[in-house]
Design a protein around this ligand. Structure first.
Ligand code: ATP
Length: 491
């Protein structure tokens, strides 16, 4: 009897709804094969939840899929066209180094984009090489997965494959491809592209597609395009509030990096704030602080206004009335954002009910943190565990006074102290991806080929609210302040 070798199916289950949109929205294009692909990291739980077989993905065939060296059955690779305001300047862009393989239909019936980032040149590459370097792709993997564990809507990372080829940047760097998973890659910039270069029919097709994909609950008797605008605004209000609450700085909030789904997208120059300061900027290219921590909410509103402009022809036949509808919707953003932020801040301080003075209590703490350069994450953590001695604020009379006010505030609510502690524990992460920890992990990986540092970091980051001793170790600040820390994008 001859033994049959069992073939394990990878589990790709593609549908390609985006490819059914007007042809001008994208370019069908295949990935450019790479010399010697090697699997660096695979996200096993994510693969399983997508209906993919981990063992099959680890095999030569699986790695060839993730490297773009072969096209999985049912995939229809394409580069999406989009435009965007980059630092306020409008440009025609598009996937210059990413290719959408297709939409994976998961065992739960959900539809997610599977995209290879760094898969080679596309018609939108302009002068770029279509490639990505290993360090930045691992960085995207680490931070996006940390954001997911923090409960923040985000694109996810399925795998990183090294290519065996070098990419030429300031120096030669090892190349890599990231497999990104997203609810979709529809961006504010996608609408800007169609609004500028398409017909009204194209715009309606895009808006209808987006509604069907992300907001299928839309009622038949409402203005569906106004509903789309309002829902996108709501999702962004939730998202940006969550960023602010954990001290996340995106770094490059261009309109092409604002996802219609409400997920965080593009982990280029992002980083987490250490000492609390609204003016914090990490990105080396953000010279004027346009995307500083404290500017993120108004910048989100600005981006949403650009989104609203694209929808004007669909909102109402009468231009004036369309503008009025759009303006009303946009003006809701700051109140929506503020409500989400305040709710989150109350939770961070163990407060369940609402009092008018809560905001001044919160502002009081934040301004003390700013004055004394207190670490944002660790201060809330210290308060969570009644360990104010762990913050630099202790010893100042301002802090003692503030602490009394806070305790009195907690005393005025009906909840037992234990419940407040529970709420704080689940609202204040024990740790965030500290810049120096991320850099250490990347250095070991890229310079020495040692992935163990990154794997340990990913393990502690996967459960940020556990408050274990190991996490405390990872929460320590670097010996020197990281204020001078700079991130770079476009690699
Ligand atoms: N090496 C490259 N080759 C070709 N195009 C590139 C390259 N790097 C960036 N681009 C393109 O430049 C534009 C802006 O780059 P940005 O760094 O914001 O995007 P990205 O990180 O490649 O993609 P995404 O926003 O999908 O995460 C995008 O259109 C992107 O495709």
């Amino acid at each position: 009897m001859t033994e049959k070798k069992a073939i394990i199916e990878t589990g790709w289950n593609f549908d390609n709804s985006y490819a059914r949109l007007p042809e001008s929205f994208f370019s069908r294009f295949n990935p450019t094969p790479v010399r010697s692909p090697k699997l660096i990291i695979l996200n096993d739980p994510l693969a399983t939840s997508l209906g993919l077989n981990v063992q099959a993905l680890q095999s030569n065939d699986g790695v060839a899929d993730l490297a773009g060296n072969q096209i999985p059955e049912g995939a229809l690779p394409l580069a999406q066209a989009y435009a965007g305001h980059q630092f306020g300047h409008f440009n025609l862009l598009g996937d210059g180094r990413a290719l959408l393989l297709g939409e994976q239909i998961t065992p739960l019936g959900e539809r997610v984009d599977i995209q290879l980032k760094g898969a080679g040149k596309t018609p939108y590459s302009r002068r770029g090489d279509g490639r990505a370097a290993l360090g930045p792709m691992l960085r995207e993997y680490i931070i996006s997965e940390a954001m997911y564990a923090l409960g923040i809507a985000t694109t996810r990372s399925l795998a990183v494959v090294s290519t065996g080829e070098l990419v030429i940047r300031e120096t030669n760097l090892p190349g890599a491809i990231l497999t990104r998973v997203a609810a979709s890659h529809l961006r504010v910039g996608t609408f800007q592209f169609v609004s500028n270069w398409g017909t009204e029919e194209d715009l309606r097709a895009l808006a209808d597609y987006t509604l069907q994909r992300h907001f299928p609950e839309v009622d038949a008797d409402v203005n569906r395009y106004l509903f789309l605008l309002q829902e996108v605004i709501k999702r962004q209000a939730v998202l940006i509030a969550k960023w602010q609450l954990v001290g996340f700085i995106h770094g490059v909030m261009n309109t092409d990096n604002m996802a219609i789904s409400g997920e965080t997208i593009d982990y280029g120059p992002c980083a987490f704030m250490d000492a609390y300061d609204p003016a914090t900027v990490f990105s080396s290219i953000d010279i004027h602080g346009r995307y500083a921590y404290g500017n993120q909410p108004p910048i989100a509103a600005w981006n949403l206004a650009r989104f609203a402009e694209t929808l004007l022809p669909l909102l109402h036949d009468n231009k004036e009335q369309a503008i009025e509808l759009a303006q009303d919707a946009i003006s809701d953003f700051s109140a929506l954002y503020h409500r989400n932020w305040l709710k989150g801040m109350r939770a961070k301080l163990g407060i369940f009910n609402e009092e008018l003075q809560d905001e001044s209590l919160i502002e009081g703490l934040l301004s003390m943190m700013q004055k004394y350069g207190a670490d944002y994450t660790n201060t809330f953590r210290a308060l969570t565990f009644d360990k104010p001695e762990d913050t630099v604020l202790v010893g100042t009379t301002e802090f003692d006074q503030w602490h009394d006010l806070w305790q009195a505030r907690l005393g005025r609510q009906q909840e037992p102290k234990d419940s407040s502690h529970q709420l704080m524990r689940s609202s204040n992460p024990a740790l965030i991806p500290r810049n120096h920890r991320v850099e250490d992990a990347l250095e070991a990986a890229v310079q020495q080929g040692d992935y163990s540092v990154m794997e340990r970091l990913l393990a502690v980051l996967s459960n940020p609210f556990a408050h274990t001793p190991e996490q405390s170790e990872y929460a320590t600040l670097p010996a020197q302040s990281t204020c001078a820390y700079r991130t770079f994008c476009g690699t």
